[in-house]
Design a protein around this ligand. Sequence first.
Ligand code: UD1
Length: 345
Amino acid sequence: MKHKILVSGGTGYIGSHTIIELLRSGLFEPIAVDSCIRSTPETLDRIEKVTGIRVKHYKIDICDKKSFFDIFKKEEDIAGVIHFAAFKCVPESVAQPLMYYRNNLGSLENVLDACGKFGVRNLIFSSSASVYGDVKDLPVTENTPLGVPFCPYAHTKQIGEQMIHFCAEQNPELQSVILRYFNPVGNDMSGLIGELSPDKPNNLMPIVTQVAIGKLPKLTVFGTDYDTRDGSCIRDYIHVCDIADAHVKALQFLLDGKNASNCETFNLGSGKGVSVIEMIDAFEKVNGIKLNCVFGERRPGDVPAIYSDSQRANQLLGWRCQHDINDMVESAWKWEKQLNGEQRN
Ligand code: UD1
């Protein structure tokens, strides 16, 4: 029998890609829970186009405890929760901190409460490399001490991790995995599903593709005087399908009882640092496009370089990145073109 998995934030960017990987594995029956305030239910049509399977969806806000608990009463045999649903925009979190604490921590409180009350034994939590703050010693391992949070968003991830640790101590039945993502980019290689960015995206890859398609006039490289090989910032970009695959492997790891403690943490990065200029070069070369690109000032709050040591996930989860930077830029562009075509029709 397939394991029923509740995926909060299931119509979001990483949530939808993870649902696809859960379906592709043939071992799981994912159920999406998403209020769709930052995503769209049309994502379910896209998942169906890619996999041929219609996923059940509850359109509710996870902060609404009664509606959320009703799902567990109705579905009964939920084997695990993958909790993605959260706000994730750094500048917005600085402007509206309480909205971030309320939403990101209120939803997690309900998830942990539901796991306890309804006997759900497996939990995967979306965390972020932003919990490390400004790290000097690279690469970053899971033992690297957490830094001072540079924004409320990062702080909610630090507090969220602590909440899970304390609940795991109190409830030994609950097995959890915390996954710290580095920079997820790209989309399913089919080009049929992908990230739906706001009109004014903040992250590099959506800005690159929107400049390429002509929605944005130009791309500014934020800082070219960093102490890095070409002066621009270095990040650890990881293909979203590799992130999704790691969730499937993390669930399997818990279901097989391979975890040594009941709360395990893993970095999810490719382990390679790539500069902003290298990323732009790769996009131009792979897709045969010249971007309108200018060199500008540093962006406040950016760390010069951060990349992951992902050996722990490699060894314990049996997980390896299958996609390189060329796949990331190719799939990002394929999706932007698909989306643009749909919006024009
Ligand atoms: C950001 C968040 C991080 C979050 C992650 C999600 C900050 C400080 N950090 O990471 O908490 O988990 O997104 O993916 O916001 N860049 C340009 N020009 C642009 C946009 C970006 O040069 O127009 C550069 C940035 O300076 C940075 C790199 O591209 O060096 C990546 O930026 P971005 O995609 O925003 O990710 P992070 O800042 O690394």
